[in-house]
Write a protein that binds this ligand. Structure first.
Ligand code: ATP
Length: 248
């Protein structure tokens, strides 16, 4: 059907070092305006898939050996991670990376530095981030290292939003956070999706929350796509939870 998908990963295989196979056939696609969850247990290949999408594998001695990643119809392998960010493909890495010795607001501003924005634009974008995450406004002068885990995750997401993404990619945003904070974060992501049309790819071990907020999901096992489908249908299937997601 006509226009290319916003993101298309086909037959992706990847290795680390000389011989460690991390991906052995990952397929996924994301249409503009969608929230896609990437699910799977520890070591299933979620992080490696996300790094391949942002062309970040070479920095880890990783390499795509087969298959393709296309963003807006073009391969990502010939573009630098920074160029991909400028093209709207923005990733929040695992473990809520903030500059701990900078204030929350300084962290946010740093996310907009890659594009040539005026002061007014930066100020407007900051206001937008504070409207999505009101807790960050209250904490804007606090050192990030002294804020809570949830606030650090919100700061990391807010910093990504400052780059004006078209596709936001998140690696385990729920990690180590209290359930109520996880809900706040996923609610904000859902609102960003419905109100601003932001497309989102989110890797999660917490399949329950991800399937609640995503439109579709892809399940990885041993570096392979084993299942793909509508999030609500997958959530309702007990066999899927038991076999692939390690839940009762
Ligand atoms: P997690 O939730 O633990 O991050 P994951 O689904 O994201 O799991 P990956 O981190 O992509 O899985 O790991 C896939 C495979 O690649 C695993 O076997 C892992 O040990 C291996 N691997 C990941 N990163 C590296 C690396 N930098 N060097 C070598 N092997 C790695």
């Amino acid at each position: 059907t006509g226009a290319p998908k916003l993101l298309e990963v086909t037959g992706l295989k990847a290795t680390y070092g000389h011989s460690i196979t991390a991906l052995d056939g990952v397929d996924l696609s994301l249409a503009e305006g969608e929230i896609l969850a990437l699910l799977g247990g520890n070591g299933a290949g979620k992080t490696t898939t996300l790094k391949a999408i942002s062309n970040l594998l070479p920095a880890e001695r990783g390499r795509v050996t087969e298959g393709a990643v296309r963003y807006q119809g073009e391969t990502v392998l010939s573009r630098s991670p920074a160029a991909l960010v400028r093209a709207g493909l923005v990733q929040v890495l695992e473990g809520r990376h903030c500059f701990k010795s900078l204030s929350v607001e300084e962290n946010l501003v740093s996310g907009g530095l890659g594009r040539s924005a005026s002061r007014t634009e930066i100020a407007e974008d900051l206001e937008r981030v504070y409207s999505w995450f009101p807790r960050l406004r209250d904490k804007r002068r606090a050192l990030s290292g002294l804020t809570s885990g949830g606030e650090q995750q919100m700061t990391a997401i807010g910093r990504a939003l400052m780059a004006r993404p078209r596709l936001l990619i998140l690696d385990e945003p729920s990690m180590g956070l209290a359930p109520i904070v996880v809900q706040d974060i996923f609610r904000a992501l859902r609102r960003l999706n419905t109100q601003e049309g932001l497309s989102i790819l989110v890797a999660e071990q917490n399949s329950a929350i991800a399937l609640t907020y995503a439109d579709r999901a892809v399940i990885l096992e041993n570096g392979r796509t084993v299942l793909e489908g509508d999030a609500r249908e997958l959530k309702a299937r007990g066999d899927v939870r038991a076999f692939y997601l390690g839940q009762k």
